[in-house]
Design a protein. Structure first.
Length: 179
């Protein structure tokens, strides 16, 4: 990926990509809150539950992912600002292990610059590097057409639909399964 425009400085910067660790908990918490504030149904967690999580719970989540090794959160940074994220983990599907990419998000000012596409590609690479898995899945809420278009450009196809995959505020939400 080439340089991208840093909206804080109006100058092109090189993004850096790395797995988040416990010292990144505050940046992760802030980014998740922003993401859920913008699109409260796209992450499958009710806003009031997500906002009630403490900084310590984010730190523990990152520590646990380091210790257990069965999940990770890939972050994209511009200088000291976390501008995007994607979770990766192992999922059992019909008796076999597949990689799951989840909680994709890029801050609004940085959209349309190829970051989301690169994040999906790097998440797929991380799944292969960590667990030697070549098969990946994603879930996307059926109403999230922009994300669905992005994931299709990255090679994902709709292979199913889960009705009432999650509930928020008493409303059921359907998701497409992408592979």
């Amino acid at each position: 990926m080439d340089r991208i425009l840093n909206s804080n400085y109006s100058a092109p910067c090189e993004p850096t990509w790395r797995i988040l660790d416990p010292k990144d908990a505050k940046s992760l918490m802030d980014l998740r809150h922003q993401a859920i504030g913008e699109a409260p149904t796209y992450f499958g967690t009710p806003k009031h539950i997500e906002f009630a999580k403490s900084l310590g719970s984010f730190r523990r989540e990152l520590q646990l992912s380091q210790t257990m090794g069965d999940s990770a959160i890939l972050g994209v940074w511009l200088e000291n600002e976390l501008i995007g994220m994607a979770g990766v983990k192992i999922r059992q599907v019909q008796g076999r292990k597949v990689g799951l990419i989840y909680s994709m998000y890029v801050k609004t000012p940085y959209r349309g610059q190829g970051i989301g596409r690169e994040l999906v590609i790097k998440a797929k690479e991380e799944i292969h590097r960590r667990w030697q898995l070549t098969h990946c899945q994603m879930n996307v809420e059926v109403d999230n057409q922009k994300a669905l278009r992005l994931y299709k450009t990255c090679g994902f196809e709709i292979t199913g639909k889960e009705e009432r995959a999650f509930w928020i505020d008493g409303i059921a939400h359907d998701v497409y399964v992408l592979e």
